[in-house]
Design a protein around this ligand. Sequence first.
Ligand code: ATP
Ligand code: MG
Length: 348
Amino acid sequence: MTAHILLLPGDGIGPEVTAAARVCLEAAASRAGLSLSFDEAPFGGAGIDACGSPLPEETLQKARASDAVFLGAVGGPAWDSAPQRPEAGLLGLRKALGLFANLRPVKVMAGLEDFSPLRPERVRGADLLIVRELTGGLYFGAREEGRERASDSCVYTAEEVTRIARVAFEAARGRSGRVTSVDKANVLATSRLWRAVVEDVARDFPDVALDHQLVDSAAMALVTNPARFDVILTENLFGDILSDEAAVIAGSIGLLGSASLGADGPGLFEPIHGSAPDIAGQDKANPAGAIASAALLLRHGLKQAEAADRLEAALEAQLRAGPLTADLGGDSGCAAFAEKVAAHAAQA
Ligand code: ATP
Ligand code: MG
């Protein structure tokens, strides 16, 4: 069986890091005896330029027909005054694919604590996964605009909480087996529902340990003792804030990947950084975040845990061995770094 991957290189450094991730995906897959086919489609600013839309109809059709979608990055100053924003394509794609779960792993590798702006002894051993609910809560509730009065409503149903909680518990099984559910249950009704439903789901996962933490206290613990977390499960707004906070722990924005998953159908995998127009087209981008996203594609998109483990180990080996890219103080180019990761993946 061949898995079909749709590549959406997008804008800025998107094409460079996408090409880098592809080389690594191919190496890890072929070592695991997994056959992949690739297609490419215009998206974001590139979609506007080619077809007049950030999410061209044909791109959406191809995404729906694929087993997984890999995205580089979208946006940039070239489209600042365009009638449609490149970023609108991303929202449209998330919605069309029903991607309700956003996963963002953050890991500080042993010996690489110095990448972090936080003190090395603080971040040592940090290896956590944020599971953020992506299609409910305040971002999608009824809104009232006004100069005298405005309101945003936060709504969650038990069904929405159940499905995101299951994603977190399943993910914990392949990790250290701990879920910390983050809410504000001392104030919010939605958080009290959240807590009750998460408790229900936990009964199906007796092998996973669950604790609850209030979001204010979790925000502090993330930067004072990040190693205490394994999987953090949280709602849309809290997850938005905590995942940016957590990204700081690792160091460069170029290091981290993400996955967005739906109930069925293809997931979307992308590095957390933007299109970085300041370094685009110069082979300077750090492809590590894209390669980490490729590993997430193998793990969560194609359910190939072994190939994912191999690719993650290969990336870690190359981050240790160097040379690194310029954002981490090295002199490696983007493509050369990826070739070395691919070579590790092919051997390991
Ligand atoms: P966007 O609106 O697309 O998020 P942004 O300017 O807010 O764009 P980024 O594009 O992520 O954010 O860039 C922020 C800074 O980080 C830039 O200086 C950029 O060069 C740098 N940067 C981002 N990604 C990488 C990467 N993969 N490798 C090296 N540097 C990067
Ligand atoms: Mg940005």
